[in-house]
Design a protein around this ligand. Structure first.
Ligand code: CTP
Ligand code: MG
Length: 397
């Protein structure tokens, strides 16, 4: 019998609140959105994150119901789940959940069951940020309403909306940081990020999602129910729409004739003729940028890196690709893979193909990049050694 590895990520789903503001006759997590409860929808979202430990924090007396919901969501991965009883406050409930996290777990996400429709990519962005070295990371949304400071029925002052963000969950933390913060900090905090900040750690912000709204009032419940209801037409509703991957294509051509040495596919090629262009003329990088932006529906290279952006004038592939990767991340996309082909007589790629692939892949957060190269049998501008052409295809999801 093989033993599955212990996950390095745990998600604590806090569901022990009573739901006073919702005013239903059951604790909020057990109120139905459709034939399934708020808790079940939240757990279905967590189940799409991958193999993570899941600790559900339930109201006292409802542990059995919570376990039934959890097992329904996790199917044959029931070894990953457990249910504990919560406390009088959200903070006490999180503390109860933390006590059940397995010793080997390195990253803990705390998630409100009440944010039942949170898309999986919000989880992915939070995890990626903590993986990249942040002590903690929370999803945020810009504040839309104009905000006032009010005291005793009088408007005291406006508050600059640009400085404000609305915090969502899941909130993710290095496990040692969250454990220590919960041990050290006295007092009540409205969320885990505030508690961790009080313990002296910087918390990063990543893009949240409007669908991660918290079901608090009857109006929120109605909105969530409408979102999961089958669409009246045959078209799938927002929530049920399958998250299909998307592809994009990009091409670029640069002529020889630039100053200095050749930069192509993220590498410097001493002794080779340079390409001309606004930046370093790296047609391979530019084709990849267009393919990625096209796949995500985010315009093209001119939209984001036009000649009015002097900071990219002398930039190399790593800067273009890292910025493109960030743009996609902000829009909720991850890069599946990229394939790019160069048509050129020179340089000869065979000896440096792996090096080029490693540099390009690193700039895209580790997504695989394949580089192939071909000559054109002496035909066309690559064949006449006037310049190089590059063709890229990218898949994002
Ligand atoms: N929560 C919890 N334990 C508590 C209080 C809240 O686990 N003692 C959980 C809720 O179940 C919810 C999340 O924390 O998933 C966010 O809390 P909130 O939306 O305020 O839920 P309730 O406290 O249940 O609602 P209300 O404040 O309206 O009573
Ligand atoms: Mg509450």
């Amino acid at each position: 019998m093989s033993i599955a590895p212990v996950p390095r990520i745990a998600v604590i789903v806090v569901a022990a609140g009573s739901g006073t503001r919702l005013g239903a006759d059951a604790p909020k997590a057990f109120v139905g959105l459709d034939q399934h409860s708020i808790l079940r929808h939240a757990l279905d979202g967590v189940a799409r994150v991958g193999d993570v430990q899941v600790v559900v924090v339930a109201p006292a007396g409802r542990e059995g119901d919570a376990l039934t919901e959890t097992l329904a969501a996790f199917g044959d991965r029931s070894d990953l789940v457990s249910v504990v009883v919560g406390g009088a406050t959200r903070q006490a409930s999180v503390a109860a959940g933390l006590g059940a996290v397995w010793p080997d777990v390195e990253i803990v996400l705390v998630h409100d069951a009440a944010r039942a429709l949170t898309p999986p990519d919000v989880f992915a962005r939070v995890i990626a940020e903590v993986d990249a070295g942040s002590a903690g990371a929370i999803p945020i949304l810009p504040v839309i309403d104009t905000i006032k400071r009010v005291h005793d029925g009088r408007v005291i002052a406006g508050v600059d909306r640009a400085e404000l963000s609305a915090a969502q969950t899941p909130q993710g933390f290095r496990r040692d940081v969250l454990d220590a913060a919960y041990r050290a900090v006295a007092g009540e905090f409205t969320d885990d990020a505030a508690l961790v900040a009080e313990a002296g750690h910087a918390v990063a912000a990543v893009a949240g999602d409007p669908l991660a709204f918290k079901i608090t009032t009857p109006a929120d419940l109605a909105r969530a129910s409408a979102l999961v209801a089958p669409h009246p037409s045959a078209a799938p509703s927002l929530i049920h729409a399958p998250a299909l991957p998307r592809v994009g294509i990009g091409t670029d051509v640069h002529a020889y004739g630039g100053d200095g040495t050749l930069w192509l596919a993220g590498l410097e090629w001493p002794g080779e003729r340079a390409l001309s262009g606004h930046s370093d003329g790296d047609a391979v990088a530019h084709a990849i940028v267009d393919a990625l932006l096209a796949a995500a529906g985010l315009g093209d290279i001119g939209t984001h890196f036009g000649t009015d952006r002097p900071e990219f004038a002398g930039a190399h592939a790593d800067a273009f690709l890292a910025r493109t990767h960030a743009l996609l991340g902000e829009a909720g996309f991850r890069v599946g893979n990229v394939s790019v082909q160069v048509q050129a007589n020179r340089p000869r790629f065979a000896a440096r193909r792996a090096e080029a692939e490693a540099v390009l892949s690193a700039a895209l957060g580790g997504a695989p990049v394949s580089v192939t190269a071909t000559t054109t049998d002496g035909l066309g501008f690559p064949g006449r050694a006037e310049g190089v052409a590059a063709f890229a295809v990218a898949l994002v999801y």
